[in-house]
Design a protein around this ligand. Structure first.
Ligand code: GLV
Length: 386
């Protein structure tokens, strides 16, 4: 039993919760944070394999009467799941900030709140995007291969290849939500000029503060030329940048007035400078991969570094694996948030695991007076507004 130490459980503050005896299924192991639930009397079943469970398996678990479902971006959560949970499923807690795998319309129709793990992975993702930018432009992967494969040979002013500096260059930040803004903060230290674009949300206050910081660095003689930051149109951002870093959510046609699906396609990639680099840590389908592979093969752009793909894991026959473009195309395994504390800390203010569990508990245990619209990690509050 979860609380053998409590002899008179009726008097313990957790009694109410224990009587409810919530049942939860997690589609993957999120570590120690699961124990927080078990210690509170929850019955938690964790899918024991590293790969995602088949959808039919999730449906079967949901149909068995669970109260809460812990999901990752690998699980397709839609009407089929909500239908299976009719009458008992109360919350879907997504272990990720992105939730394009959850059909929001369906969740709203079935009145199931879902939560995400925003904030705790902001810095990890932003710094990873920044490091990818540096690795790509300075050709670190190719350089290390050269050393490891004993092809170093000699030191020479420009052989076998050179890279491009990041410092002082112009970067376009596509999407100025949390992660885009965190990425901008990192660019300040590298004296970059910053072109911001966001179709939905423009944080002019933030941009003003960054300009003040850039001005101070200039005034104190830390940087020779005064760097700048400004909001511009998508076209201007893409055309003027030396680096383009993508930080938008995936929104397909019909999901938003400003969809982001294939925002980077043959047309927009063709607008980039031939010396420019593209970095994507957001969602794969924001970039048309066939178009990107062509852009790299035909030298429309200098390089790309990707952490996310149209299909994950990246299929063996992806055009992005073409050896011809290998030294200009960095491919990461959806890894940007993969820092120890970011992924696994059970502290809801530090880790995705902790925040995921907290979101689940908020709904099941009726925190915030049971008002879903006041629960900080619930995404689809609109479904519960009175
Ligand atoms: C990762 O991609 C996330 O959305 O958390």
């Amino acid at each position: 039993m979860p609380f053998p130490a409590f002899e008179n459980q009726k008097e313990h503050p957790l009694t109410k919760i224990m009587e409810k005896h919530f049942r939860v299924f997690a589609t993957c192991d999120i570590g120690e944070a699961i124990n927080l639930l078990r210690e509170r009397g929850y019955e938690v079943e964790v899918y024991p394999h590293p790969e995602a469970p088949p959808k039919s398996f999730i449906i079967e678990k949901v149909r068995s009467g669970i109260d809460g479902l812990i999901t990752t971006l690998r699980d397709q959560i839609d009407a089929e799941i909500f239908e299976a949970g009719k009458g008992h499923l109360k919350v879907v807690a997504q272990y990720a900030v992105g939730f394009d795998n959850i059909n929001r319309g369906d969740a709203n129709r079935y009145k199931i709140p879902f939560t995400n793990t925003a904030d705790v992975l902001t810095e990890a993702t932003a710094e990873f995007a920044f490091f990818m930018m540096g690795e790509l432009a300075r050709r670190m992967w190719t350089a290390e291969h050269l050393t490891r494969e004993n092809n170093w040979g000699y030191w020479h002013p420009y052989l076998p290849f050179l890279g491009d500096e990041v410092t002082g260059k112009t970067v376009a930040v596509i999407g100025t939500g949390r992660i885009g803004l965190a990425f901008i903060k990192k660019c300040v230290g590298f004296d970059m000029n910053i072109l911001c674009y966001d179709p939905a949300y423009q944080n002019h206050e933030f941009v003003k503060s960054i300009q003040e910081m850039l001005d101070l660095r200039h005034a104190r003689g830390l940087v020779k030329e005064r760097p700048w930051i400004k909001y511009v149109s998508f076209e201007d951002a893409v055309r003027q940048a030396d680096f383009v870093s993508v930080h938008v959510p995936l929104l397909r046609k019909g999901e938003s007035d400003t969809p982001t699906y294939h925002l980077f396609n043959e047309h927009t990639l063709g607008d980039m400078k031939s010396t420019a680099y593209l970095i994507n840590t957001s969602r794969g389908p924001v970039i048309d991969e066939a178009a990107l592979a062509r852009a790299l093969r035909e030298n429309w752009i200098a390089g790309a570094a990707l952490d996310v793909y149209e299909k994950e894991p990246l299929p063996p026959d992806s055009p992005l694996r073409d050896p011809v473009i290998a030294d200009r195309c960095r491919l990461m395994p959806h890894f940007a948030s993969a820092a120890r504390i970011t992924r696994l800390s059970p502290d809801p203010d530090r880790g995705m695991a902790g925040r995921c569990v907290q979101g689940l508990r908020d709904v099941l245990e009726g925190h915030c007076g049971g008002d879903v619209t006041k629960m900080p990690y619930v995404v689809n509050k609109e479904a519960f507004a009175r």
